[in-house]
Design a binder for this molecule. Structure first.
Ligand code: HBI
Length: 357
């Protein structure tokens, strides 16, 4: 088994890297590339033209971007635009496949999954969202049947939405811990981080903070203006709590001073990067026991898991924050969510694929 693997990582076709259109995939890609390179692997990235990924060289592929999957319904048919960048990226991969030991797909799209059986070089798929459409479920299920070790996901909960969880390698996520500074003695505010949109359940955090008489700092992209206005009508002080959408350096300067992060997801978060950002600062996480956060928070040690949608449970957890050890939070981030830990999980996945060929 070669100690240095030749890896081709193929990005999402919904937008160039660096445009933000790829959401969490951009963060995952840059972290995986950095970590795998640090471990001596040769990594090539294939992405739509106009992509930028730090100093990582990228093979830029032209063509029409793919419509995004997370805004379409369950029985939306597969569409491939004329001169599709997705098709162009996979034609390049097919022609160059002999140069690589493993090809890794990061697109949440039907074509790469369908092409799996037509490649000689093993194609692995990192799935970046939960179940969204019947067509994608079918494509993923086909790979699960024919190549059970070729699927990867952030969390088991996310994998379970496809009904074939045992076919997935659970790879979790990571952040660059050097960007987050530990804080041992916080102020008395709580933090809430995320897109301001109904599925994130901000109203419960506002209600629990009011009941606990604790200040709340709200940070994140104001995505749904109508929803935000309804919240401001119901919680008059909410607008004063909102600090905007800050870049990582400023975000962590606010976050590290907080007593705890409150996470109130209404939907199954595939992962929940804000939870590991908090842990990296020594900030414990109070979260509904739903989706990714339920697999991150060590309840009673690095935070508290609360029955989903139970606001009084949040208030009880807020009263018990001081029983948690902030250093244990930072330690969990260093142990489980460093770039090296992520790269080791991906490397192990590739070796498993290559050894069971
Ligand atoms: N939609 N069609 C499509 N393909 C993707 O790769 C994709 C997407 N929507 C959102 C998305 N990727 C990423 O933002 C998430 O996977 C994180």
């Amino acid at each position: 088994m070669p100690s240095s693997l030749r890896l081709l990582l193929i990005s999402t076709p919904v937008g160039p890297l660096g445009s933000g259109l790829g959401g969490g995939v951009e963060l995952t890609l840059i972290n995986v590339v950095q970590g795998l390179r640090a471990r001596g692997h040769q990594v090539t990235v294939l992405a739509p033209e106009g992509s930028q990924l730090g100093t990582v060289p990228i093979v830029q592929i032209p063509g029409q971007l793919q419509p995004t999957a997370h805004t379409q319904g369950r029985n939306t048919p597969i569409t491939i635009p004329d001169n599709s960048v997705l098709g162009n990226m996979w034609r390049y991969a097919q022609r160059q496949q002999d140069q690589f030991d493993v090809i890794v797909n990061f697109a949440y799209d039907w074509l790469p999954f369908y092409l799996t059986e037509f490649f000689c070089t093993p194609v692995a798929h990192f799935v970046t969202m939960g179940s969204l459409s019947d067509a994608m479920d079918g494509a993923i299920d086909q790979v699960a049947q024919d190549y059970p070790n070729r699927l990867g996901a952030y969390t088991r909960t996310q994998a379970e939405t496809f009904g074939v969880a045992d076919a997935f390698a659970i790879l979790s996520s990571a952040i660059d811990l050097d960007l987050y500074d530990f804080c041992a003695s916080p102020g008395n505010a709580l933090a809430w981080l995320g897109r301001i949109s109904p599925e994130k359940g901000l109203e419960d955090a506002l209600e629990a903070a009011a009941m606990a008489q604790a200040p709340l700092k709200i940070l994140g992209k104001l995505e749904d203006a109508d929803y935000w206005h309804r919240l401001c009508d119901r919680f008059p002080g909410a607008a004063d709590c909102y600090l905007g959408f800050l870049p990582t350096h400023e975000l962590q300067q606010v976050l590290r001073q907080c007593r705890a992060l409150v996470m109130t997801p209404r939907w199954v978060e595939a992962f929940g990067n804000v939870a590991i950002e908090a842990l990296a600062c020594g900030v414990p996480v109070i979260a509904y026991a739903r989706g990714g956060p339920a697999e991150i928070v060590q309840s009673g040690k690095t935070g508290w898991l609360v029955p989903p949608d139970d606001v009084q449970g949040l208030v009880d957890a807020i009263a018990a924050i001081d029983r948690l050890d902030r250093r244990a939070c930072r330690l969990q981030a260093e142990t489980d969510y460093s770039l090296e830990a992520l790269a080791i999980r991906f490397e192990q996945w590739f070796y498993t694929i290559l050894s069971t060929r």
